[in-house]
Design a protein around this ligand. Sequence first.
Ligand code: NAD
Ligand code: IPM
Ligand code: MN
Length: 351
Amino acid sequence: MKIAVFPGDGIGPEVTAQALRVLEALPLKVSLLEGDVGGIAYKRHGHPLPEETLVAAREADAILFGAVGDFDCDHLERHLRPEQAILGLRRELNLFANLRPAKVFEGLEHTSALKPEIAGAIDLLIVRELNGDVYFGEKGMRKTDAGLREGYDIMSYDEGEVRRIAIAGFEAAQKRRGRLCSVDKANVLETSQLWRDVVIETHADYPDVELTHMYVDNAAMQLVKNPGQFDVVVTGNLFGDILSDQASMCVGSIGLLASASLGERKTEYGTFGLYEPIHGSAPDIAGKGIANPMATVLSLAELLRHSLGQEELAQRVENAVAKALADGIRGGDLGGDSNCAEIGDAILTRL
Ligand code: NAD
Ligand code: IPM
Ligand code: MN
C-alpha cells in the first residue's frame, strides 16, 4: 500500500507528523511517498504543485494532505498561490466528492459554541461537490465601461457534475439514516435551479431516501438552531466550504473535522482518495506546536476506510481519538492545554 504524504505549510507538517505516528503504530505494511505542496513547494520548486508531487499523487493508493496557505505568497499571481496545490490536486485527480462528517464526541457537548442539548444531537455528513462551481469557472479582473476595476468569477455546473455528486449524496444517505437535504440558492441562482432539478431527477433512482431542499441561508441558520435535523447534506463547492467550517464550531472545534475527497478511480484496496483536515495552515499558531492534530488523525481513519479497505483499523483510530477526548484530553482549541505531540501521545496510548 502506497500513501503519498503532503504536509504543506503552517501547522500542516505538525498535524501530519502526529497522524504518521498513528499510521506507523498500525499493523499495516505501507510505503510513504513524500511531496511538497503549497508555499513551501513554491519556495523550493517555483510552483505550489510541482510535477514530481503530482507524479507521487498518481502513483499512490491514497494521499494524506496537511494544509496549505502562506501569507507571504498572497501577493503572487493566483496560479502560483499555495491554495492552487489543493485545488489542482482535487481537479487533476478528479476528486469531486468531498465527505465532511461532523459528530459530537462524548464529553464535548459543553465545548460546542451551541447549547449542550443542541450540540449533543449532531451527527451529520456534508457531501460537498469539489470540482466545479464558482471555484473553477472563468475568473479575472477587468475594467468596467466607467473605468472601474471589476473582479469576476463565473459560477456554473453542468448536469453531469450535479448528477454524480447527487448520487454520492443519495448513496451516503442510504448507508446512514436515509435522509438527504440538498442545499442550494435556487430562488436566485440559475446554477442552483439546475442543481435542484437534477437532484430531483436523480431521486427517482433512490426512492428509499427521503429528499428535502433548503436554501443555503436558511441552512446556515438551521445548522445553529437545530443541527440534529440533518443526516446527509449535499451541496455545491462554495456553500459546502462555508457550511463545513460552521459545522466544525457546532461540534466544538475546526481541529476536529476530517475529510475524504473521492472520485471514481478504484485501487487494489478501495477507492483512490485524498484525506485532509478541513482546516487550513493556521498561520496564527504555526510553529508553536499547539495545533490539534485530531482532524488529521481522523482523516487518516477515513483513508484507512475508503482507500485501504481497513474498516476495522479505521474504527480503532476513531475510537482512540474518541477515548482521548472522553478522558479529558484537550488542545488549546478546546480550551485545554495539551500540545500537538501530547495529543498524539494520548491517541497512541489508547490505540
Ligand atoms: P484556518 O483554518 O487555517 O484557521 C482558522 C482559525 O482556526 C485560526 O485561528 C487557527 O488558529 C484555528 N485552527 C485551525 N486549525 C486548527 C487546529 N488544528 N488546531 C487549533 N486551531 C486551529 O483558516 P484561515 O486562517 O482562514 O486560513 C489560513 C490559511 O490556510 C490561508 O492561507 C487559507 O487559504 C489556508 N487554508 C487552507 C486549507 C487547506 O489546505 N485545505 C483550508 C482552509 C484554509
Ligand atoms: C477547504 C479550503 C479550501 C477550499 C481552500 C484552501 C482552497 O478552505 O478545503 O475547505 O476553499 O476548498
Ligand atoms: Mn474551507
